[in-house]
Design a protein around this ligand. Structure first.
Ligand SMILES: NC(=O)c1ccc[n+]([C@@H]2O[C@H](COP(=O)([O-])OP(=O)(O)OC[C@H]3O[C@@H](n4cnc5c(N)ncnc54)[C@H](OP(=O)(O)O)[C@@H]3O)[C@@H](O)[C@H]2O)c1
Length: 440
């Protein structure tokens, strides 16, 4: 990067995050110059559609529809990848690294799937590669995990890291309406994409968890080993029943170190109403990091949106520019040559309490039958409640059971046995109850 006082940026992708970053760089130009001692200038930008109307007027910037022109541009010091996805973005980032450019990206899918390969090639080429914006928007969680809690043994990282899911569950809880009706409201408000499957089925949170867990535990990026469930089957009545029992239903991303290895799982779960994560509502993201020295730390803030994501992108750009400029420590979020080899435990082995709801025929002996099934698995019943029959469905009554701690594979068997009983109609609905007690 030499001793020039101008650091030149090339953007590939100029959509929501790209344009917000550009505007924020202009708006905070003076402050950034004060902080860094030199200026940042966007010199080239690649988009897909040159004719598309932009919020930003680009003058004096080379605009192209060939992103490789930016990545190979000899004027560019730092490539800012804001296209997304794993195809072209992977090729572009690899080409940028091979061509000696530092890289900043917000692309969680890319890192969750190809993080090891990219970090290794960046390290081999002495390239700085930063991705703070890939997880939880403006929250500086990558930096916190990789710098601020170094020296801790991390016990667990638990996050509410998909704003769409959190908004929808919060609204379902507040208004007692179905997933489908809240989905259209979320789309109307711009909190859910036209195709929401990536968010509501848990993939987005899974990508982010792959990144958080790799950094917290020094493992490979292993998205394919994460158990991922979304919120599409959550019913408002279960949210209401859970609340009546003192719990909130949240979509959690959990990486926890147990005696047998790492549990990596994304799913809806019940958490106590007085837990700090229970009051994280709407599109807000929150991440709890539990270190052996630090104790529980909570990070929360805006998880998405142009400005929030630009905040993290710009911070990374300044970081890269400063390190490259001063020849400071080439700190990496993970050390690809020194990965730890914790085994990933199967989801079926994970242990927790459970919330189970069945629809039982309104006749004597059902509660005793359920108790017998659980006793045969040596599982205690923490609570069992028979609710009022639903209107118009008077032949069945909901029965809700909170179990003691047991393995997922055992609760699945319990649910199958219950569902096959003559006393019960339909299948059993089951969610983990997280008590945040890590058996490390
Ligand atoms: N939006 C958020 O709140 C948020 C939050 C955190 C992280 N992120 C991440 O940030 C990244 C960008 O997200 P975004 O919301 O800004 O996406 P976006 O609005 O869809 O923008 C994508 C940009 O990439 C350009 N593009 C697509 N294919 C291209 C190609 N082959 N060559 C050149 N340019 C191409 C598009 O060009 P056109 O404009 O011409 O179509 C567009 O400018 C993603 O990785 C996303 O996961 C986003």
């Amino acid at each position: 990067m030499g001793s020039s006082k101008m650091i030149k940026l090339g953007f590939v992708g100029f959509g929501t995050v790209g344009q917000s970053t550009f505007i924020a760089l202009e708006r905070n130009l003076y402050q950034i110059k004060q902080q860094m001692g030199y200026e940042l200038e966007v010199v080239s930008v690649a988009v897909k559609d040159l004719e598309k109307k932009r919020v930003v007027e680009l003058s004096g910037v080379r605009l192209t529809d060939d992103p490789f022109e930016v990545v190979l541009d000899p004027n560019v010091d730092i490539v800012v990848e804001l296209i997304g996805g794993t195809e072209i973005a992977h090729e572009l980032v690899s080409a940028a690294i091979a061509n000696g450019k530092h890289v900043v990206t917000a692309n969680k899918a890319l890192i969750a799937n190809f993080g090891d390969e990219i970090l290794l090639s960046a390290q081999n080429e002495n390239i700085l590669f930063r991705f703070e914006a890939a997880v939880a928007g403006s929250i500086p969680i990558i930096k916190a995990l990789s710098e601020s809690v170094r020296g801790n043994r991390i016990k667990a990282v638990v996050g509410i890291i998909n704003g769409t899911c959190n908004f929808m569950l919060s609204e379902m809880a507040a208004k007692q309406v179905s997933f489908v009706s809240i989905l259209s409201e979320a789309q109307r408000l711009g909190y859910a994409e036209a195709d929401p499957s990536f968010d509501v089925m848990g993939t987005d949170a899974g990508h982010k968890l792959a990144i958080l867990s790799a950094i917290a535990f020094g493992t490979e990026f292993q998205f394919e080993k994460i158990h991922v469930e979304g919120i599409q089957n959550v019913l408002p009545e279960d949210i209401a029943y859970a609340k009546g029992l003192g719990y909130q239903v949240k979509h959690l991303a959990i990486a926890v170190k147990t005696r047998n290895g790492l549990e990596l799982r994304v799913h809806p779960a019940l958490i106590p109403l007085d837990h700090i994560l229970a009051s994280v509502d709407g599109v807000v993201n929150a991440i709890l990091v539990d270190g052996d020295l630090s104790g529980p730390l909570m990070f929360s803030g805006a998880g998405a949106g142009g400005d929030a994501t630009a905040s993290a992108v710009i911070s990374d750009i300044i970081d890269v520019a400063s390190v490259a400029h001063t020849g400071g420590t080439r700190f990496m979020a993970v050390r690809p040559e020194k990965l730890s080899d914790y085994p990933i435990t199967a989801f079926t082995e994970s242990v927790s309490g459970y919330y189970v709801r069945v629809e039982a025929k309104d006749r004597p002996g059902v509660l005793a039958e359920i108790s017998r099934v659980l006793a045969s698995f040596n599982v205690s019943i923490e609570a069992i409640h028979q609710k009022e029959a639903k209107e118009g469905a008077s032949t069945t009554v909901p029965i809700i059971i909170l179990t003691g701690r047991m393995a997922e594979k055992a609760i699945r068997e319990v649910c199958e046995i219950l569902a096959s009983s003559d006393s019960i109609t339909g299948s059993a609905i089951c969610y983990k109850v997280e008590d945040f007690q890590w058996a490390t």
